[in-house]
Design a protein around this ligand. Structure first.
Ligand code: NAD
Length: 302
């Protein structure tokens, strides 16, 4: 089964971790020839088990690929893999389509995109939301930055790995969309949690607060789709002792990226800064692996 109207392609996939592994497997399932590279032998074996093959190096992978997808931890890894010695840009053919789905800083995304343009390689930054479950199910949301022709070329591949594909604008705007959204989510989760903590102190039943605020002006996604206290919304992580979901350390990573971007662009984000500080304290006190809605326990002092 091939997504859209594209032919089977040679896809190189670098970064076969929690997200990249299942995303690469979905490309294999759709009929593409997927060659992978990762520092982890277990990740490479998992790709082989899914029907892909392992490349010996980034250079070998890049030389053979029509399309390269990267799903790496942070900006430094992405710069190294693309711009470093033996990296993608030195070894891929001109015209190779490049898709970076890692969540990284906007400056790194723009730097790598500019180097790719110099080599005549169309590139998009395409960070995702949807988590490991979305990666496995092929239902991720992609926020895409890059030129129109690169977006058009990347879309059939993104369609295989995701359900909602949005072109946000020029290079770097996919990353900008991701960190602006997650800064808003971090702030709103803290706001909702503070409201529940105050309600408890005032003797107001959390279910009553939920019933009232979910249809009143306090309504927001953190309350109605991801309620941080157990009871009102059976699907939320609060009902399974805050197992992630979306881990607090991932939220902290995105909040730090938003603060770096705020500083470098001169934007005033005082609540974003406060949210980053609170999530940092929560993570330092043992909350890193807890779902980000567990911040309510930190605010409660438990
Ligand atoms: P992960 O740590 O599970 O995977 C990263 C992989 O990259 C690892 O397998 C690692 O071995 C590999 N890697 C690191 N450096 C490498 C190098 N130099 N060469 C080759 N491989 C290298 O992380 P993940 O959870 O899959 O996240 C990947 C990206 O997706 C991150 O940027 C993260 O912020 C973003 N993201 C994650 C989630 C999530 O729920 N996990 C959700 C949205 C976005």
């Amino acid at each position: 089964m091939l997504g859209g109207k594209i032919m089977a392609s040679s896809v190189g996939f670098i970064g076969l971790g929690n997200m990249g592994g299942p995303m690469a497997a979905n490309l294999v399932k759709a009929g593409h020839k997927v060659s992978g590279f990762d520092l982890s032998d277990a990740a490479l074996s998992a790709l082989e088990a899914a029907g892909g093959s392992r490349a010996g190096s980034v250079a070998e992978l890049a030389a053979d690929a029509d399309v390269i997808v990267t799903m790496l931890p942070a900006g430094a890894h992405v710069r190294k893999i693309y711009q470093g010695e033996g990296g993608i840009l030195d070894n891929a053919k001109p015209g190779t389509l490049l898709i970076d789905s890692s969540t990284i800083d906007v400056d790194s995304a723009r730097s790598v995109a500019s180097s790719a343009a110099d080599k005549n390689m169309p590139m998009v930054d395409a960070p995702v939301s949807g988590g490991v479950g979305g990666a496995a199910a092929g239902t991720l949301t992609f926020m895409v930055g890059g030129p129109e022709d690169a977006f058009a070329a990347a879309s059939p591949y993104l369609d295989i790995m995701g359900k909602t594909i949005v072109h946000a604008g020029d290079a770097g705007t996919g990353q900008a969309a991701k960190i602006c959204n997650n800064m808003l989510l971090g702030i709103s989760m803290i706001g909702v949690s503070e409201a529940f903590v105050l309600a408890e102190k005032l003797g107001l039943d959390p279910q009553k607060l939920f019933d009232i605020s979910s249809t009143a002006s306090g309504q927001c996604w953190a309350l109605t789709s991801y309620c941080p206290v157990p009871g009102p919304l059976p699907s939320s992580p609060a009902n399974r002792d805050y197992q992630p979901g979306f881990a607090a350390e991932m939220m902290l990573k995105d909040l730090k990226l938003s603060q770096d971007a705020a500083h470098s662009s001169g934007a005033a984000t005082p609540l974003g800064a406060q949210a980053a500080a609170l999530y940092s304290m929560f993570c330092n006190s043992g909350g890193e692996g807890v779902d980000f809605s567990g911040i309510v326990k930190y605010l409660r002092g438990t």
